[in-house]
Write a protein that binds this ligand. Sequence first.
Ligand code: GAL
Length: 767
Amino acid sequence: MRHLYSLLTTRYSLLFSLPAAAFFILHSSFFISPSAARASGADCAWAQVAPGVWRATIGAPDTYTLLAAAGNFAPMRDALAAMPPAKFPLPENEIIARLVNGKTTLRFPLADREDIYGLGVDFTTVRRNGQIFQLHVDHYSQSQKITGRTHAPVPLYISDKGYAVFINAARYLDVSVGVSVRLASKNKPPPIDRNPVTPPAATPSQRSGSSQSKIENPKSKIQKWTSMPRSDSVEFLVPAPGAEVYIFAGPTPMDAVRRYNLYCGGGALPPKWGLGFMARMPAATTADEALAEIQKYRDHNFPLDMLGLEPGWHTASYPNTFTWNPARYPDPDAFLSALEKNHITANLWFNPYISPASTELYNALLPYAADHLVWNGIVPDYTIPAAREIFTRHLLQNVIRNHPAALAGFKIDEVDGGDRYLWTETTLFPSGHDAEQLRQTYGLLMQRLIYDLYRAQNRRTFGQVRGSNGGASPFAFGIYNDNYDFSDYITAVANASFAGVLWSPEVRGGRDLEQLRRIQAVCFSPLALFNGWNTPNKLWDSKQYSPDIRAAILLRMRLLPYWYTAYAQYHYHGTPVIRPMQLLANMTLSTAEQPDTRDDLEKNPYELTHIAEVCDQYMAGDNLLVAPISYAVTTRKVHLPPGKWYDFYTGQYAGSNETITVTPPPAQIPLYVRDGGIIPMIPERQWMPAANETLPLEIRYYGAAPESTYCLYDDDGTTFDYEKGDYTWTTLTVKKNADGAYTTTVTPDKNGKSWRYTTVTWKFMTK
Ligand code: GAL
């Protein structure tokens, strides 16, 4: 009954000393028409299900949830237990659940000046306050900005107060963040006359005309009328008669994200080849053309680890046959063996809709098909284990054909939307799940199927997917799309880390400087891919820029130990590879240096807070600040947080707690290293090392910090043997002696396993 009492505000409970249920009846008949809604409070009992993780089951939720679709991975309990002890992070009695006409409403408290992040991979903002979403798996297009329709509409939000909330529902969820003031709100702002006879007096800052003049002091008694008065809630509508809700404690926002990823099974740990460079061929490529392209990469000295085949490898596509096309690939085994010899893995494009021309597979899956088609192919219901088995077996026998090392991944297309391309909302699946549930989870189901397939071969994969959702943290899949806006892409890289997924900014067309700047951006994203499926442009075409394109890719290769460690931190500690500025401790700029906030937020003085929205730069791993620059500009601002920052290329001091304006040469994507930053690198190479290959290591040290430590991760880079303890965390330390010289140490992992590096050379970058 606690929830019912919590429906009452202090004000009303003072006014009416009636039992809560009675109040509720009174409330209904006074304020809404008696027949309008049948609402009841719902029990919201929180049980701690892992250290710092609480779950409540409200009403009778669907049993098919996001976590179930993702495969119910076991939480990383040891890692969760190693995190700081944490209490339930919200006032329990301010969380309100109600069952209304077969749906569930959820209300979570939002404090004054509390910032909310997350709610999926959106493309234009990272801060969510004042926004309304319908979280719905879809293809993002610019006309749909900030609607919640996106490739990964993960119902997870993170508060700058250091906690996160996750609604584990495979449904289209309506969410409003700090929008609409509740009658029962404790501190609602008073109504203000929009057209007063005397305008409200100016605040002191407005009078002095300071740079902050647009920002009203929220504590001030003088308030202006606003179309969006301050609201104290984040609210969800779950279209089901119940909901499963998780709350993740901090203490910091990063800790809350870490707990979410660890609870979902830990972050993805891709194979080493997946951290190298990838390229996709144009549609309808033949085996000979693919092999010739690999040769061109080698001849031009451009690194390449993976080659993607687009539509055309099947005998028919849209819908697909999942059968090698004999005209283009007369001998798939010979083709795959040739790739392996060339240190290349293949990745095959597909959408999951099966053509009747693939008679055997089609007939086997027909009993598991939805009652609507996509491109006249069947849509198998992969919530049913038998359907998963049939498709997995087919891929292994007919497509992969015993070459899991050579054919090491898939690109899962068209599992997102838009609506006209997929099944209608009336579609039924044989499991009894409906169109909405499968729309929200088809990408998850496919990732899980491919993950399980390779896992059964003791091989890791790194693929691509166009639709994902909550619970996807362990899947090594980069999300992509066909929209092509550079700044949208960069915002998505940052937002993905608030959603437990990986986003890579696509490089497709583009020539010269555009191609260069896009390649630099992907090389500093989770997955470095040139998607050449629809362009004649090659990376070596431009006389002027191709040396710089090659240099960007070689730098990606050189940073393998650093990227691999960042992924290991994601897997073992839940810390995302890409770290949005808002997730970093002490990273907020001092007030004077705050960058401009977005116009829409400035319109509402109640919404202005201490932290601005920085969504065009981020940290990659522990030490590198990445500020991608578009081909459309020559200068950009970079916000350097408190602490000293150094130029990656020269080691020179770049600034501290300030916004700098940089004009980088075409050859350089702006990169900064924090003071004491240790960056491990390998020599330039054309493909990533094999499982037992050993390499020399160069360890760079930046800045003037008297001491620093970094734990470098390593394992075979290919298998799941790390789960049996076959890995190393090597501690690298730097310490300044009394005479000013540095002492360096390399401390091997206590587990006695050896890493794959031979000689170690330290390089002190800051003179
Ligand atoms: C699109 C996809 C592209 C490419 C193309 C092939 O849906 O986004 O990357 O794969 O299909 O037809």
